[in-house]
Design a binder for this molecule. Sequence first.
Ligand code: NAD
Length: 510
Amino acid sequence: MAIYEAIDSPGPRRRLRLRSPVTLEPIGELECASEEDVRAALERARKAQPAWGELPVDERAVYLQRVSEVLLEKQDLVMQTVLRETGKAPSEAFSMEVFASLDALAYYAKRAPRWLRPEKRRIHGVLGLAKQLRIEYRPLGVVGIIVPWNGPFVLAMNQAAQALVAGNAVLLKGSEVTPYSTRLVGELFEEAGLPEGVLQVLMGDGGTGAALVEAGVDKISFTGSVATGRRVAEVCGRNLTPVSLELGGKDAMIVCADADLDRAAAAALIGSCMNTGQYCCGTERIYAVDAIYEPFVAKVVERASALRQGATGEFDVGAIFWDKQLAIIERHVAEALAKGARVLVGGRRNPELSGLYYEPTVLVDVDHSMQIMRDETFGPIVCIQRASDEEEALRLANDSPYGLSGTVFTKDKARGIELARQLQTGGVCVNDMTLTYGVPEAPFGGRKESGVGQVNGRKGLRGYCHEMPILIDRFGGKLQGGYPYTTRSLEGAKKFARFYFGTPLARWLS
Ligand code: NAD
């Protein structure tokens, strides 16, 4: 049964009926914002933004603290909403959505005033004698933020908080599958007293997202699939709208001969099955070297067999959030089996649960001829391929159109760093599952088809600003050269250049 279906609409807006992946029961209806709604929202945002953008950063940061207090109070509501729409494990709803959001709010509330205050920058060489340079971090204006369904609260909260504290107004669009979790971001900010129009949440599907990209905002921050990211980039390219793209992945884990196999097996499981495998930096391919292949697989199988899947109470692995994804998982597994892969654990829908549940699965004898090792599967599947040695593991890991993140397991830290440097991905974790999105100090973003640009941290926050240089003449323009050009002044300039760039003292000065 489909998670959402179109229903008759009396007006011009598309209407969708949503079902919970846990029970498949209807959980609400969604009226998709039309192009006109998006335009009207943009107009409201344009009116609200100037006053918001002129507030000192530390005053804007106070709203992040306030929304954090509201979130602390309302964490159960956030968890319930996320659980109803996604069926993820409650511990994941807490850690990924609530805790990570609180952490991001605290992080940017504290640092934004420092990172966005105007700064003086020294100018090198002789020009520095005559000029002063001041850098102002000016808001871009109105930012469109589009997020997917796998982290419907945190991905929205994290980017919205950064764009807002940087002085922008925000139009935020969540996924059609998880609209209420994303809408909560707007509701919490409203409760925190954010001025009207500064953050508006647009409810809708891909059509609403496309209207937002076309609307003429000043930046698009897009998180989602490669296919949609490409479409978004094309429109942004045509309209010259700045854009950051955080896209899909097919992350590899390399397990070296000297790895701590218990830790590596534990990370293989959590890396592959967290968020029911619907994690952009999920471990989708594991290359275990020959020397430890058998014991490593045995440990993974033991742990996978102990995982509890469920819908209520205590459990480790939850639902697949969207039937569309379940179909992809089933297709990838079936194709892999047809080409010779073997299932050691799971490998089917969970027959005991009525919603969208696919059992935690361990597959071996996989190779790169199979879709499951090439395309994003986004399911609770641990795929392990034998590699003759670390060099082969590295070559296989890099044999992918994606490059979001990756992991390396070895007891030799220097070797871990060396392998990490050679992985063609956005970031790497050594001896742990991928956690970089939750570490804002680490710039986050994919290479190859996994994205364009990096988000989070100082760089990500400043990405929501225009870094504006203001160059001031110390002498009120009195020393300015210029017309009329004369042969004498040209010869003088040449002499000066010979001295300035040709002597050690002058090189030191510059
Ligand atoms: P998706 O691309 O289908 O949709 C993402 C968002 O874009 C949704 O809100 C959707 O309504 C909207 N959208 C759809 N068509 C659009 C269009 N033409 N113009 C503008 N917006 C449009 O992705 P999804 O299936 O919702 O999310 C899963 C994908 O997101 C996976 O590939 C996953 O790896 C990726 N992801 C990446 C990161 C990251 O940080 N790199 C984080 C989470 C998820």
